[in-house]
Design a protein around this ligand. Sequence first.
Ligand SMILES: [Zn+2]
Length: 305
Amino acid sequence: MSGLKRRTVLKLSLAAPFVSLSAGVARADAPAMGASFARHRRFTLGGFEVTTLLAGTTSRDTPQGIFGTNVSAEDFAEVSAANFLSTDATQFYFTPVVVNTGAELVLFDTGLNPAGITAALAEAGYTPDQVDIVVLTHMHGDHIGGLSGADGVTFPNARYVTGRAEFDHWDMSGNEGFEGKVRPLADTMTFLDPDQDVATGITSVAAYGHTPGHMGYHLESEGARLMLFADLANHPVWSLAHPDWEVRFDMDKEMAAASRRRVLDMIAADRIPAVGYHMPFPALGFVETAGDGFRWVPEQGQLMG
Ligand SMILES: [Zn+2]
């Protein structure tokens, strides 16, 4: 009761000089601000701190131009409707991950441009000059775009790690993005084969097909495990639930489907959490086998501890 009384007194004393406003005390008209959500999600993994970073998100029209290019429009529409998905447009997410191992700050992929990744890092409490290692899962523009821009390199103190097969592929391609963003950093790059360590507890996992040297990364600290599967599966339903549906961005479609089945099988069997670069933000979840494919099970607080 005394609390109520105090509030009443406070309200009266504030309102008294502004009697004409008393009907709307402390209630400014709130402006409409548009859709919004946080750009980072941090959790602990043993002795590591792992943060997913939303470096960008965009809408794309006609998703069957990207996913399920080898199935009929009817099948695509039926699966989409069953999963509450529009066949007119889809939302794309670009989610690099930064891991503080206690010894080093390791960033996996860099988004579309420097502005997106630096804004997400800033919201998560990091500055680009704190990044010690940048790991590139593969060399598509939405993963290498943040490496540099008009202001030069984005991560001035970083060294770089990527797959040997991936670098060798793009090295021969004459690709503009590679030449502009990756080639200038090649002198400070370490090249990995599958099953090699970036740092203690961070190991490369072959996931070829999306690109010739595309790799995911397995994290393990104090017995806690996490799989970063990058672009192995780029949509929770159209790709992960239907691993044989062809994806326009997969350079070798048959190999990409085989990799999806192999790596997702491992994640499902081991019941470990996973981050997918293009999964709906915060891009964190679990994988279970379902029918002839897999089901993406978004994290629901299991990693909050
Ligand atoms: Zn991608």
